[in-house]
Design a protein. Sequence first.
Length: 195
Amino acid sequence: MLIICPRCRYARVPEDDAPHWQCPSCRVAYAKSEAELPGAAELRAARRHKPTARRHGNALVWLMLGLFTTASLAAGGWWTWQQRNGALYIEPAAGPTSSRISDAELRELAATIKPGEIVLYSTADCLGCKDARSWLQQHGFAFTDCNRSLSKRCETEFRRHGGNGTPPLVVRHGSRLHYLGDGFDGQRFATLLMS
């Protein structure tokens, strides 16, 4: 940045050995020599009241932060309302199950499930979806395989249910809607149906 001394008009060069605040030629402080110029008071006042881009940038950051916080609180309130009214139940993360359900019990449970009560929202390249599909077929569960890669309706439903996790599995059991979206665990799935 080119600095010119207001008193002697010397143009500072990078090789000068004087401090950055002092003119190498006349050795006066730049701020002091500016104060001696006619109209210096008006110049300082204009600089002080001139809005800067930094001030506006900070306001934009605060505005964006406020909007994000408001949206987060609204989404959290919606989820809480859905859960309290029994419309939505988010199954907790997979943990150790207390007892293993036998294959015979799984087949009995599968016989109680009506078509349309279990929906697997799959994609063509989802390995977890293939495992879930295989497990459901092996144990005789009636389910709907809604492939999001092929159907826009499936993708829309998937997004409406919260749309995260692999493989997403929605179970309508009684009047409640259960959403399992953090990986498929057959024992946890069966325990959910039995509750």
